[in-house]
Every structure is written in structure tokens, then in C-alpha cells.
Design a protein around this ligand. Sequence first.
Ligand SMILES: Nc1ncnc2c1ncn2[C@@H]1O[C@H](COP(=O)(O)OP(=O)(O)O)[C@@H](O)[C@H]1O
Ligand SMILES: [Mg+2]
Length: 308
Amino acid sequence: MLVFSASDKGGTGRSVTSCNVAYWLSMKGQKVAYLDFDFGSPTAGGTFEISRIDNGVRDNTGLHAYLLDENGTPARLSVRSETDRTELSRSRHPSGRLVLFPGDLGGSEFTKLDPQMIERCTNLFVTCEQEFDVTFVDLSAGRSIALALALAATKQVQLSRAVCRWLIFHRWTRQHIAAARGLVHDDHGVLDTGEAWGHDRIELLNTLRFVRTAVPEVNVTAGLRPAQAAWLQEQHNTLTRAANRHGMGESGILGKIPVEPMLQCREQVILDVDVAAHVANAETVAAFRELAEKLTNNAVWEQVEVRR
Ligand SMILES: Nc1ncnc2c1ncn2[C@@H]1O[C@H](COP(=O)(O)OP(=O)(O)O)[C@@H](O)[C@H]1O
Ligand SMILES: [Mg+2]
């Protein structure tokens, strides 16, 4: 299965959530690949706490260089062998794997898409499909060439049988909801671009679900003045109505990740030891695990309706 993580804005929690979901899938025994297709800002290495590739590899062996034909085979690293975090390296399922295909430090967003790039990208996805149960592709924000590349590659005949799922990440604010809706439905968005590369609009829409990140708990009023609590509740109601209107309400979302204090100051995978130490909230890990389950359980995935 190929999972494309997309968002209109940067800073939505797309990468951190995807890394955590990838980790939890590997903890269920799945073989998981993580492709850093955020070419201008490839920070998945940092999130997996592999400090020497915090912002991508330095030797031109990453995905940016691979797509430009500057290396024949892109670098791949076992997260558990390479991470600096001992607890992460030890926290494993006997048959699970988590492999990072990093980006390049000093890479940049692509400005054009050529047939050779599409071919190389297709070959990479085919290889991943053969070797892994789930492949995450963390795409650059917005209407990027990375997005078009993913849509072009998945329409190639070699991938005609691959299961593709799209996750659109957004924060729980007015602008983020509008932006995520726009990324899917507006001009040059996912559906427009997909159609231009031969996808059927409705079929493509059916492969797409929204994920809300860093959602504040509105019922918790501790520490808030009554006026603040009332105002927040009113805003939350307005956001809920907007999301429902755009097919991003309870029926269109695959998951909700609560605000997690740990992630507010550091991008990382949250482990059971962090919850046991009372540093991370158990609800956050539960939300990541639930998202991993919903993403890979066909019956649950299908239950989430998408509005046309
Ligand atoms: N559930 C969450 N609660 C609090 N902060 C979060 C949460 N998810 C992500 N963050 C933080 O938000 C910032 C942006 O997240 P990131 O995954 O880098 O976004 P993107 O990939 O969309 O640009 C990071 O500092 C990250 O740690
Ligand atoms: Mg990111």
C-alpha cells in the first residue's frame, strides 16, 4: 500500500504524525518504508532522531538526487539501527521493519516535472510495493511538483494494482480547514492535477481522507477564564460547522490527533516509555495507533465517507 501524506500548509503536523503512524505500524509487525518527498525541507531523519541526517543526507544519495538521476539507487536506513535514541532502537516487533529513504540536505523543491523523473519515481514505488507492506510518501506542502509527481507515477501501468491512499493533514483552525479543502477541490489541487494525469476524479476522491492534528481539548476549561472558555467553545462550533460543510466533518476524517505538549517543542516519535514516564499523553499515542489501524484496515477505511 502506498500512503501519500499531503497538506496545503507547512507546519500542519503532516510529517510528525506520519512518522509516528509509520512507527506504530512497524510495531504491529508491518514492513514500513518512509519516503521523504518533502524536497525543500527533508526532516524525517530528525524526527526519527538520526542526528547525522537531521535535514537530509549530505552525500547526494537521497531521494532528490535519485529523481534527478544523480545516483542509481537512493539511500535507505533502518530507523532502529541508525537512531540515536536507545529506547527507539530497542522498541521493536520481531517481524516489523521501519526503513527511511531520506531526502538530500541542500535539495530543493522541483520546478518542473519530466518523463524521466516520473519513470524513476514509478520504479521506486514499484520496488517499495514489492518489499514493504506500507510505504509512506511525505510530500512537500501545497500544490507542489512532488504532488504532481506522485499523481503521475501512480497512474503508470506498473502501479495499476497498487492500493493508494491519500491523507490530507490540517490543523484545527479556520485557515487550515479552508486550505485543506482548497488543496483537494480548488484549481490545480489534488483532483485537478490527478485528472490532468489521467485519474478519475471520483475514484481519486474516494482514496482520500482528512487528518486533524494538534486539536485542542475544548472541554478542558481548567486555567481558562470563563470568557476565554466560552469564546473557544463558540469558535470550535464554528469550525465544526465549516468542516461539516466541506465534507471534513466526523464522516470525512480518518483521525484526530490531540495537542501533545511533547510535540510542541520537539518533533519526534512518542514511545510507550514516554507515556509510562508521564511525559507524553496516553491519548496522543492512542490516536496515532488508531490512525495506523484505520489506515490499514479496509473495512474501517471504507466506513469513512467522502463527500463528492
Ligand atoms: N499533535 C501535535 N501536538 C502539538 N504539536 C504538534 C502535533 N503534531 C505536530 N506538532 C508540531 O507541529 C510542528 C509542525 O509539525 P510537522 O510535522 O513538522 O508539520 P509539516 O510536516 O506539516 O510541516 C512541529 O513542531 C511538530 O512537533
Ligand atoms: Mg514536514
